[in-house]
Design a protein around this ligand. Structure first.
Ligand SMILES: [Zn+2]
Ligand SMILES: [Zn+2]
Length: 311
């Protein structure tokens, strides 16, 4: 079958790969929509824990062999540790992710454990199904933030995660939401989705700031812009450097929370939420064009904000 394969630093290629063979407890999913994630663009450019050759893709939906439409929750956890017992599978010490540690959705077919499948509800289209995973990240970050009613929210980065944070905050209890991005096109999308302001850089003071970029500079910004006793939630993974003013954190009793992936309840909430959303920031491309689309996004093309590949 055809698959988009990460073959070496900075390189993805369409290849013929062996058919997946479902093992015990696994099912075959015929992929319909599989989103390209910012973490993959970074992960291919400067390889870390993704080891080539690898079929990536952790944001996908498709049909089972018997035709059931499903969305895959790609988090694989041990299932029996203290964290799994608390419903925190996302931070299980033995956590692995489909498309990162095992072959993923940039292929015609993929074998996944049966427990990863969520039925695609009637009326939810494949575009919505394809963005449930990134939206679940935003749902989780919003839940961690514990934003007070009417909160003034700031978001750094208007990529898929930042826009999902915007839409989750608007459907939550946010009083106002401002979002920062350097790309004009992305700011225009954020305004269209209903952001109260879309600016190159946040300048106000916020109850909660979401950093959907994760560079040293945005870490610093997020903490500087949050009010005393407010919270900065970091979802981005662009750089490992902390970069923030620790004395400001102490003197302002500010908090920084890391937010990684989602719990199962967040994933279910994301399925319920996306149905009503404006997803005009999502574009679909044939899997056959995957290498060109991936490479141009990796080299800095700002739109589409989310590209879905469809075999
Ligand atoms: Zn992702
Ligand atoms: Zn566990």
């Amino acid at each position: 079958m055809k698959a988009l394969v990460f073959t070496g630093p900075g390189v993805v290629e369409m290849r013929d790969v062996p058919e997946p063979e479902p093992g015990a407890g696994e099912v075959l999913v015929h992929v319909v929509a599989s989103g390209i994630c910012g973490s993959e663009l970074h992960g291919v450019k400067s390889p870390g824990f993704r080891v080539p050759p690898l079929v990536m893709g952790h944001e996908f939906a498709g049909r089972t062999d018997d035709g059931r439409p499903v969305i895959v929750n790609p988090i694989l956890s041990c299932g029996h540790c203290d964290l799994c017992a608390q419903g925190r599978r996302n931070v299980c010490r033995e956590r692995r992710i489909v498309g990162v540690h095992t072959p993923g959705g940039f292929a015609e077919r993929v074998a996944v454990p049966a427990g990863t499948l969520t039925p695609l509800p009637d009326g939810l289209d494949w575009t919505a199904a394809g963005v449930v995973e990134p939206v679940a990240n935003a749902v989780h970050a919003w839940a961690l933030a514990g934003a007070p009613e009417g909160a003034k929210v700031g978001i750094i980065g208007a990529g898929a995660i930042g826009l999902a944070c915007l839409q989750v905050a608007m459907s939550g209890r946010a009083g106002s939401v401002e979002i920062a991005d350097r790309a004009d096109g992305r700011r225009a999308i954020a305004r269209r989705l209903g952001a109260d302001a879309a600016v190159p850089e946040l300048t106000g003071e916020y109850d909660v700031v979401f950093d959907a970029v994760g560079a040293a500079g945005t870490h610093e910004q997020s903490l500087a812009r949050v009010r005393p006793s407010g919270v900065a939630v970091w979802l981005g993974l662009a750089e490992a450097t902390a970069g923030f003013d620790a004395s400001d954190l102490v003197r302002g009793e500010k908090r920084v929370l890391g937010s990684f992936a989602y719990r199962d309840a967040d994933f279910a909430a994301a399925v319920d939420l996306v149905g009503g959303w404006d997803l005009s920031w999502v574009d679909t491309f044939p899997l056959a064009e995957g290498a060109e689309v991936f490479t141009s996004l990796m080299n800095g093309r700002a739109t589409p904000v989310k590209a879905l590949l469809t075999p």
